[in-house]
Ligand binder design. Structure first.
Ligand SMILES: [Zn+2]
Length: 311
């Protein structure tokens, strides 16, 4: 019995507006659904919930979609509905109250729209040594004096924004980059994410809506109190938006065992979360279903036929 959960992010046709955005092409997604339906079968909600109760894995694939991206309604949900399939959609929730696209996604928009070398050059102007974390100050200096030729500008931009800059400066720097490079209409939250109405419609049509925290942080970097806030606030937003959730499910931002800790698992258990997904590339087995419900393993779609990003 091989039971597999699959993780997706951007699933959409190519968009001339975002020529560099890494996404699974919608046509490839449909081919992959055909492949999964024919090879493993796709598990429905009742089968999955039942296997969590009994500990018996069932043969098939569970489809999961992270980050509440607008393509999850426009393409994914409509396709799943057409095929009568079940999917779980993990939604970060802070953007619904702030009207701002989350930093993690603003970096995707920047790198998806603009040549990464231009962003890199601008970053080098904006970021000073003082803005860097102590751990990265020397590395940042070296970087600005001699850029390694084998390093792509995309990776450099990501390293500066995700690793070098202290958290307190990061949002302002991203604000400045967005202002400089991204037209107003592409900075709107409502175009980037699924809407609250769509979330409700998706649940009412058989999809599962789960929490992906409020602000999409690396949870293991937060203390227990702040982790609790991230988790509780996002669930209460979703319960309100969906007019009640049949059960709570969660998935860790970024994923992997470094992205959460025992506090996270305890908070999820204390809040009656039924199950949570990690990123760990293996099948779900009986011991996961019985003893590690908050750390269910999940594959990336690119590990299966048709799941690769087009060049
Ligand atoms: Zn995410």
């Amino acid at each position: 019995m091989s039971m597999k959960a699959i993780m997706y992010h951007y699933v959409r046709p190519s968009d001339a507006n975002l020529p560099f955005l890494k996404h699974l092409h919608f046509d490839d997604f449909k081919l992959q659904l055909d492949y999964f339906e024919n090879t493993y079968g796709i598990i429905n909600q009742d089968e999955f919930i039942n296997s969590l109760r009994t500990g018996e894995a069932v043969k098939g694939v569970v489809l999961t979609f992270d980050d509440a991206l607008s393509c999850h309604y426009d393409f994914v949900y409509k396709e799943l509905k057409r095929r009568n399939l079940w999917g779980i959609f993990y939604v970060p929730t802070l953007m619904y109250s702030s009207d701002k696209i989350l930093d993690v996604h603003r970096i995707h928009i920047l790198l998806g729209m603009v040549e990464s070398q231009l962003i890199y050059n601008e970053l080098i102007n904006l970021v000073t040594d003082e803005m860097c974390t102590d751990a990265s100050k020397i590395e940042f200096k070296t970087l600005t004096y001699n850029t390694q030729k084998n390093d792509s500008y995309t990776n450099l931009v990501k390293r500066i924004l995700n690793y070098f800059i202290s958290y307190e400066f990061r949002e302002t720097i991203i604000d400045q980059l967005m202002e400089k490079f991204i037209p107003e209409q592409n900075r709107q939250r409502s175009k980037f994410y699924i809407t609250e109405e769509q979330i409700l419609e998706m649940q009412e049509n058989g999809m599962t809506i789960g929490s992906h925290t409020a602000s999409h942080p690396v949870l293991s970097k937060l203390n227990r109190v702040d982790q609790t806030k991230e988790i509780i606030n996002s669930f209460s937003f979703l319960e309100q938006t969906c007019k009640g959730l049949p059960y709570k499910t969660f998935c860790y931002p970024y994923g992997g065992f470094h992205s959460f800790n025992q506090d996270t698992v305890n908070v999820l258990n204390e809040n009656d979360c039924l199950f949570s997904f990690n990123v760990e590339h293996r099948d779900i087995v009986q011991s996961d279903l019985l003893n590690h419900k908050q750390e269910l393993p999940r594959y990336d779609c690119n590990q299966f036929k048709f799941g690769q990003i087009r060049e």
